[in-house]
Design a protein around this ligand. Sequence first.
Ligand SMILES: [Ca+2]
Ligand SMILES: [Ca+2]
Length: 150
Amino acid sequence: MNKLFFGVLVSIIVAYGSVDGKRVGWPYEQIGSKYYYIERSTERTWLGAHHKCRAIGGHLLSINNKNEFDAINRNLDEEYNYWIDINDLTKEGEFLSVATGRKATYFNWHENEPNNKDGFEHCGELNYGYDKHLMNDNNCFEKQFFICEY
Ligand SMILES: [Ca+2]
Ligand SMILES: [Ca+2]
């Protein structure tokens, strides 16, 4: 175990503590086989959401397959949109995952999306429309809820 990792581990234990074996203050909940934090009170820009997820030890939601997509989807509130990790800020039309730094592999877009509307849509979200949440590219400066993955 290197020093940095040990330091981080100690920080996590100190920050979140443990009472009766339960992690207190740890914001994540298990959904399917993974741990997620769904922000439902403070709306942030995509970058703000990205930083918040990093600050709580995770990253913006990275969806790898239909199972993960469906599991998350069942836990979202109607009418709200949620930032996820994909963006095409580096190269228009090429969506990268900030979680992996590589091209994203799973997409489930709304019809006619991503459309890069007005040339300003570079950040991925789960967008509520037509009675369901599907992916959309949106303006990164919009403030909305978001999902972090541990
Ligand atoms: Ca774009
Ligand atoms: Ca769009």
